[in-house]
Design a binder for this molecule. Structure first.
Ligand code: FAD
Ligand code: NAD
Length: 463
């Protein structure tokens, strides 16, 4: 049995794990990373990147289809477009491959040792990895668990046959004629919209009374309108009950039974932490619900064992995992770091996109703040008009006593790119006056951000 002794061992090379290992390597820490499948984890291989590639291809296809149907007011007409989904997927796989090699290259550049195989704890300082060439034992002073998450499976809709998870949806070779999506959250709506644009007849079955229940109704409204325009049928308050052949049985909000025939049934009802298969029983770490419990330094209940990323809970986002990974590497190097982030921005890549950073008006009120809110619609923004996408708005929430910005939200085409300005304003402790006094380039959608601040101060210029 081969044995490696190192200072830091990272289990899982998703965005949390690989960033932790790269930063540790940069800091001169003797680091090993173990990955069972492919470097880049869920995000790079079967999540963020492939889904955004598919969403982009679908947008392009829909744009051209729209023009072909002579609906473009821009004076452009084209012949009926054709789609070769297998080619689209091959293009997406090419991007994934490039990024995958990039991550491996960065790990090597940081002198991180990469071990391919599944790691299993023997005790708090030792893991065993089943590799192609036999069992590898790794002993480390500090271990970081970054094993991520996996899709939740409904017991009456097990994955297989027509029932697929996001992983299979991102590698289909043909566009399903009829697609039923169970779960109208992030993945269901991002992918459901993409397939509708590619030509599927899509039905979304959502258990709660609103799609994207994590967002307030005002933010979701433009998305719901676009889903309707795309011909997507949305059933809220509806429960999936079971499967009969290729037909999904549901109970509608009114309590009626309905049968939805489908070529594919995409189940996107959330993700769960990957707590099995790596020896959690040997360690008996404290949990916070289904997740591993961590403190403000990502320490678990066992000395020398940290955890980062999706395994540690919501929000299960790649950039949170990366920020935790970077922090833990610095802590292992002896730096004084704690989780002191004021916000974790979130983007939902629907059409239009939704961005949130910090507190919504309701969340701020629930925390006892007296607030002022400024909202600016894209229908009054010149850039939005020139891009034929005037739906949506930017909204700022600030303390009424000091004008300190507590939260910023937006919904609109392309607003994902405003997320960094929103997060920066909150991290820097900006007040409404700071945003209002910053010159925003014209004509851009970002002017809506400045105008929302001016509106909250009572003197918007363009409405
Ligand atoms: P993961 O990325 O899940 O990586 C964990 C890694 O650990 C995996 O590679 C796994 O193979 C490995 N592993 C597990 N067990 C072992 C073991 N015992 N031994 C060795 N290796 C092991 N987030 C965003 O921020 N933006 C988005 O746009 C976005 N889009 C998404 C779209 C989809 C379809 C999905 C499914 C997710 C999306 N996410 C998005 C979420 C994002 O992918 C996750 O938050 C992120 O990948 C979590 O990173 P992680 O490092 O914690 O875990
Ligand atoms: P989600 O939590 O966003 O949505 C799940 C939806 O399914 C919810 O609306 C829920 O009410 C509904 N639901 C649950 N059980 C149901 C049932 N039996 N029948 C019908 N509906 C049901 O989860 P997801 O879409 O699977 O995504 C998982 C996670 O991945 C997200 O929470 C997010 O952290 C991450 N993600 C992020 C992005 C992004 O950042 N753009 C994109 C995709 C995924």
């Amino acid at each position: 049995m081969k044995e490696i002794v190192c200072k830091l061992l990272v289990i899982g090379a998703g965005p949390g794990g690989y960033i932790c290992a790269i930063r540790a390597g940069q800091l001169g820490i003797d680091t090993v990373i173990v990955e069972a499948v492919k470097a880049g984890g869920t995000c790079l291989n079967i999540g963020c990147i492939p889904s955004k590639a598919l969403i982009h291809a679908a947008e392009e296809f829909e744009k051209v289809s729209h023009m072909a149907a002579a609906k473009s007011p821009l004076g452009i007409s084209v012949e009926t477009p054709k789609l070769d989904l297998a080619k689209t997927i091959a293009w997406k796989d090419g991007i994934v491959g490039r990024l995958n090699s990039g991550v491996l290259g960065l790990l090597r550049k940081a002198r991180v040792k990469i071990v391919h195989g599944r790691a299993k704890f023997r005790d708090g300082k030792t893991v065993e990895v089943e590799t192609e060439t036999g069992t590898q034992v790794i002993r480390a002073e500090t271990i970081v668990i970054a094993t991520g998450s996996e899709p939740v499976e409904l017991p009456f809709l097990p994955f297989g046959g027509p029932v697929i998870s996001s992983t299979e949806a991102l590698s289909l070779k043909t566009v399903p004629q009829k697609l039923v999506v169970v779960g109208g959250g992030y993945i269901g709506l991002e992918l459901g919209t993409a397939f509708a644009k590619l030509g599927s007849k899509v039905t979304v079955v959502e258990a709660t009374s609103q799609i994207l229940p994590q967002y307030d109704a005002e933010l979701v409204k433009p998305v719901a309108k676009r889903l309707a325009d795309l011909g997507i049928r949305v059933l809220t308050g509806a429960k999936a009950k079971g499967l009969s052949g290729n037909t999904l049985l549901i109970e509608t909000a009114e309590g009626a039974e309905e049968q939805l025939a489908a070529d594919k049934i995409l189940v996107t009802v959330g993700r769960k932490p990957r707590t099995e298969g790596w020896g959690l029983d040997e360690l008996d770490l404290d949990r916070a619900g289904k997740f591993l419990r961590i403190d403000d330094r990502c320490r678990t209940s066992m000395r020398g064992v940290h955890a980062i990323g999706d395994i540690t809970g919501e929000p299960m986002l790649a950039h949170r995992a990366m920020a935790q990974g970077e922090m833990v590497a610095e802590i292992v190097a002896g730096k004084k770091r704690t989780w002191d982030k004021r916000c974790i921005p979130a983007v939902c890549f629907t059409d239009p996109e939704i961005v949130t950073a910090g507190l919504s008006p309701d969340e701020a009120r629930a925390q006892g703040y007296e607030i002022r809110v400024g909202q600016f619609p894209f229908s009054a923004n010149g850039r939005a008009m020139t891009m034929l996408s005037e739906d949506g708005f930017v909204r700022i929430v600030a303390r009424a006593d000091s004008n300190l910005v507590l939260g910023i939200q937006a919904v609109g085409s392309g607003v994902s790119e405003l997320s960094s300005a929103f997060a920066l304003a909150i991290e820097m402790g900006a007040r409404l006056e700071d945003i209002a006094a910053t010159i925003h380039a014209h004509p851009t959608r970002s002017e809506g951000f400045q105008e929302a601040a001016l509106k909250a101060l009572g003197h918007a210029l363009h409405i």
